[in-house]
Design a protein around this ligand. Structure first.
Ligand SMILES: *Cc1c(COP(=O)(O)O)cnc(C)c1O
Length: 406
């Protein structure tokens, strides 16, 4: 007999629940960064990708309201069918200038941008080589376009090179996150650029977590690494993280942007972002460009968290970015820590499989310029309390048998 799809999904869901891996949707009833209200309690949140604290900035809000008064809310159509408004065009120009690329093209979300690029450029018979820990949208994009997907061990440029060499005659895209979203560590960008050149592969970098945060004027990870459009012809980044709004863009040469305009179905067949959102993003972009003080404050918080964690024997993964994961290993432990932190007034979500590999559950601590050094100190004290509570003899033994952090 034919399986019922909804029953089958429900069975999978029960398996997830039994493995303590169920995802739960919760509603935030109020927020004033970095604070949120959840289930009637005010919590200090370390969960937001609003790294510069721009999502609620007065100038960004004002730009949104002013543009909504002028343009209304919805764009009403896809970019190619009358939805492309002056604020979109202005934002694309500013993004291209900021990232040092000839042109930029907006997408509704980062997920769509990655699907769009891979779908536009790759075809069956091509090869797409990706870091194992790349964002889900890059991996899904490779599946969508039908190219052969090869995943190399995390941040291993040598392995990437060997995988490209296996298919020397296939057209090839080498794609990597610049900052890995669940680990906070960095891709070996210069090595990837060099090997892409050697192997005649096209390099695509997803800088969702680097734009606004890294590089001079916040221009991102490629700027920080001194890599031009020649080294990394395809730059993708999102607007929903450090810029605090929503959407994404791809930047590169005119030839790339023209091709995406023609062939990226996620661009062609999707409604343009609200023009007011583009105007708000432009205001956020200007603030990010002038955000050296915000970035310096953020760097100081990162240093404070890392030094404090070391002093307290807490195991943070190696990361220099605002993403500072605390390694816990088992999903149950991570869940227990997240719940205990919440009882102490903090929101720090547990990240469990399948978002991260089996046995690598963690708390993902995300810092923002909206935090104070007092906020970080309070979090450190709470983590140290949990560390002591959980260091019962049994736990200590269990911890020794866990695999080490990658
Ligand atoms: C968040 C993220 C995306 C997806 O962007 P959205 O705009 O949220 O859809 C893509 N890539 C990376 C690395 C991300 O962190």
């Amino acid at each position: 007999m034919r399986a019922d799809l909804i029953e089958r999904a429900a069975a999978r869901q029960r398996e997830r629940a039994e493995a303590a891996l169920l995802r739960r949707l919760r509603t935030v009833r109020d927020s004033a960064a970095p604070w949120i209200v959840l289930d009637g309690r005010r919590l200090l949140s370390f969960a937001s990708n609003d790294y510069l604290g721009l999502a609620a900035h007065p100038q960004v809000r004002e730009a949104l309201c002013a543009a909504a008064a002028r343009w209304g809310v919805g764009a009403g159509a896809a970019h190619l069918l009358g939805g492309h408004r002056a604020p979109h065009a202005e934002l694309e120009l500013a993004l291209a200038e900021w990232t040092g690329r000839e042109r930029a093209l907006l997408f509704a979300t980062g997920y769509m941008a990655n699907l769009g690029v891979l779908d536009a450029l790759l075809a069956p018979g091509d090869v797409c080589v990706q870091d194992k820990l790349n964002h889900a949208s890059l991996l899904d994009g490779a599946r969508l376009c039908g190219a052969e997907l090869r995943r190399y061990p995390h941040a291993d440029a040598g392995a990437a090179s060997r995988q490209l060499a296996l298919r020397p005659h296939a057209a090839a895209l080498l794609a990597s996150d610049a900052v890995f979203s669940m680990d906070g560590d960095l891709a070996p960008l210069a090595d990837l650029a060099a090997l892409a050149q050697q192997q005649r592969a096209t390099l695509m970098i997803d800088d969702a977590h680097g734009l606004g945060v890294r590089g001079a004027r916040g221009a991102g990870s490629l700027a920080q690494a001194g890599l031009s459009a020649r080294d990394a012809p395809i730059l993708m980044a999102t607007l929903g993280k450090a810029l605090g709004t929503l959407g994404a863009f791809v930047a590169g040469d005119a030839a790339l942007i023209e091709a995406l305009t023609q062939f990226a179905r996620a661009h062609v067949y999707s409604t343009a972002l609200p023009p007011a959102l583009a105007a708000a993003t432009l205001a956020a972009l200007r603030l990010a460009q002038q955000g050296d003080e915000l970035r310096a404050h953020l760097r100081a918080l990162i240093a404070q968290l890392r030094a404090g964690a070391t002093a307290r024997g807490l195991r943070l993964l190696l990361s220099t970015t605002p993403i500072q994961p605390l390694w816990l290993g088992s999903a149950t432990t991570a869940q227990a820590w997240a719940a205990a932190l919440e009882a102490l007034g903090f929101y720090v979500p547990a990240i469990r499989p399948p978002t991260v590999p089996q046995g690598q559950a963690r708390l993902r601590i995300a810092l923002s310029a909206a935090h104070t050094s007092g906020d970080v100190e309070r979090l450190l004290d709470a983590l140290a309390t949990l560390q002591q509570q959980h260091a019962t003899p049994m736990n200590r033994r269990a911890r020794l048998t866990h695999p080490s952090p990658p």
